[in-house]
Design a protein around this ligand. Structure first.
Ligand code: ATP
Length: 261
């Protein structure tokens, strides 16, 4: 029996919706157990800070997972990175050498393949499952789509090949069920080594932007135990928390296929 089935993970699939994260946020008050909600198409998919995530019908795998936690809110900070490891590990086992871009992106051949959006919500008063819920949204490009690429202004990375999206969803549900259970018990620690191994920008010069302004420049060295990015700024090690900062490759060292926005 798969891990997701063993844990009794309920899965619902919609033909189309605005955003699976928004749908689950609305339903948190009625949930007493984890729920995975997938959609064939999302018309208002979101990334961080309200940025949009584009998914045309049938070209991608978009889903969100609502999961109850019995840990303080501050300990959820590393969750997007643990989820990144779970997704990368599943895709690498399927022969796709996915890498991780801090804090929440999945890259393939230097281009953006997918994104992760984690939102947290308090439970309603008296809700039995847990005091805190995480809604974990994942969008992955599976097939080529010229309409999406035209809207993005460049070709997105895709998983490609003969991947069945239902099989992929089942594998990801299993991996995430394992990961979230382990994260609740042990935090980010069991995931740090694999995150570092699959870090797309290890040892590379990067800039950290906050609302378009350069906050830090340096060499990305990896992450710390809390999931902060460690940046060597010329002898000094700076730890950067995700918040709403963004990592970019400095223009001078950007290669044509490293346009990972
Ligand atoms: P950060 O590096 O801070 O995460 P980001 O620009 O990558 O910033 P996200 O919130 O992770 O922002 O993702 C949203 C962005 O991803 C959009 O602004 C767009 O540039 C890009 N994007 C949207 N849809 C797709 C897609 N299907 N494939 C690849 N990239 C996409």
């Amino acid at each position: 029996m798969s891990e997701a089935a063993r844990r009794g993970l309920a899965i619902e699939v919609l033909a189309s919706t605005g955003s699976t994260n928004a749908d689950l946020r609305q339903r948190i008050g009625q949930l007493d157990a984890p729920l995975l909600l997938a959609a064939e198409a999302q018309t208002a998919g979101r990334g961080r800070a309200g940025r949009s995530w584009l998914a045309e019908p049938g070209d991608s795998l978009c889903f969100s997972l609502a999961w109850p936690f019995h840990i303080p809110l501050a300990r959820l900070a590393g969750l997007p990175l643990a989820v990144g490891v779970a997704v990368a590990s599943t895709l690498r086992a399927l022969g796709r050498p996915v890498q991780l871009k801090w804090p929440n992106d999945l890259l393939l051949d230097g281009a953006k393949l997918g994104g992760i959006l984690v939102e947290s919500l308090p439970a309603r008063a008296g809700q039995s499952a847990a005091p805190l819920w995480a809604v974990i949204g994942i969008g992955l490009n599976v097939h080529a789509n010229s309409a999406r690429d035209a809207r993005l202004g460049h070709p997105a990375a895709i998983l490609g090949g003969a991947l069945d999206r239902n099989v992929l969803l089942a594998a990801l549900a299993d991996a995430l069920s394992d990961t979230l259970g382990q994260f609740a018990a042990e935090g980010l620690a069991p995931f740090v080594d694999r995150w570092q191994r699959w870090h797309a920008h290890a040892g590379q010069p990067v800039v950290i932007l906050e609302q378009g302004r350069v906050l830090h420049e340096g060499t990305a060295t990896g992450i710390d135990a809390a999931g902060c990015l460690l940046l060597d700024t010329g002898g000094q090690l700076v730890s950067v928390a995700a918040g709403d900062v963004s990592l970019r490759i400095p223009v001078a060292s950007e290669s044509p296929d490293a346009a990972a926005d």
